[in-house]
Design a protein around this ligand. Structure first.
Ligand SMILES: C[S@@+](CC[C@H](N)C(=O)[O-])C[C@H]1O[C@@H](n2cnc3c(N)ncnc32)[C@H](O)[C@@H]1O
Length: 270
């Protein structure tokens, strides 16, 4: 296991800053979700595909030092990025664990809450992760999913570079870009009870972090877009430039993807 040691990776500072900005986009929705579930002092929570640091800081503050939070991610590099920001906030009740979300190796029925955000959208068999989440949750505990549905993700006025880059990004996903709407059914099929669902979609204008999300995602996933061989390097760079210019125009607005939240309880008796 890799503890939150506070080790700083200087060369990763810029990337960490970008990822932290991304986490801020859905912070309010996460707070609302954990309010509705009633995440409380003393809880033991697990975040699968935690990212750097995803919702770990929010959970850590809520459960306090009487509780604990485990963040699991299959990318060690991601955990190395998460560690310094958690240490910087003195969140010593967080443990970072490298692992695979479908087979965590963690003890069953040992968490009050098992959560994921924006991981299922990139997985071909999301039901395998949900089954592992249910196994890890104690009877009466909660499984919570937050994932996207690209149905609403548009810019106005429309622009060919937007359509092209969004299409290339979505085509490169290993999972369902409309997974959000399927979350309640995934929980129901996994045997959970008291299922609730909510949705959020935000509007952004030039200068706001959410406004450039497609640009950032396309840049980060450049290797995937090029691997699909629909676009060459110079074409991709051209579209990125065109989109940047379009998004900077004062009249361009962006409606973000729809973030679905679904949560339910593991029955007390099987
Ligand atoms: C889009 S990021 C979301 C990060 C974070 N949950 C958030 O909302 O900010 C998806 C994360 O899931 C991790 N991931 C993807 N598939 C995984 C798997 N099968 N097991 C564990 N982690 C996985 C990736 O490494 C990445 O850090």
């Amino acid at each position: 296991m890799m503890r939150n040691s506070g080790r700083v990776l200087d060369k990763a500072d810029a990337e960490r800053a970008r990822l932290l900005e991304q986490c801020e986009l859905h912070r309010m929705e996460a707070e609302l979700l954990f309010d509705r579930i009633g995440v409380d002092v003393g809880w033991r929570a697990l975040d699968l595909g935690c990212g750097p640091p995803g919702v770990l800081d929010i959970l850590a503050e809520r459960v306090g030092t009487a509780g604990s939070v485990v963040g699991l991610d299959r990318e060690r590099r991601v955990l190395e990025l998460a560690a310094p920001s958690l240490a910087g906030q003195c969140l010593c009740n967080v443990e970072l664990v490298p692992g695979e979300a479908t087979a965590t190796g963690l003890p069953g029925a040992s968490f009050d809450l098992v959560h994921e955000r924006l991981m299922l959208v990139d997985l071909p068999r999301p039901e395998d992760v949900v089954a592992e989440m249910v196994r890890l949750t104690r009877p009466g505990g909660y499984v919570a999913l937050q994932d996207m549905d690209v149905i609403s993700w548009t810019c106005e006025p429309a622009h060919p570079a937007w359509n092209l880059l969004q299409g290339a990004l979505v085509a490169g996903l290993a999972g369902d870009p409309h997974i959000g709407r399927r979350l309640p059914a995934l929980l129901r099929s996994a045997g959970l009870a008291d299922i609730e669902v909510d949705v959020h979609a935000g509007l952004s204008q030039p200068g706001e972090p959410a406004h450039a999300l497609l640009l950032r995602c396309a840049t980060t996933n450049r290797h995937r877009i090029l691997a699909a061989e629909e676009l060459g390097e110079s074409e991709l760079d051209g579209y990125l430039r065109e989109l940047e210019e379009h998004l900077a125009r004062p009249d361009t607005i962006v409606l973000g993807w729809t973030l679905f939240q679904a949560w339910g309880r593991k029955p007390l008796t099987a």
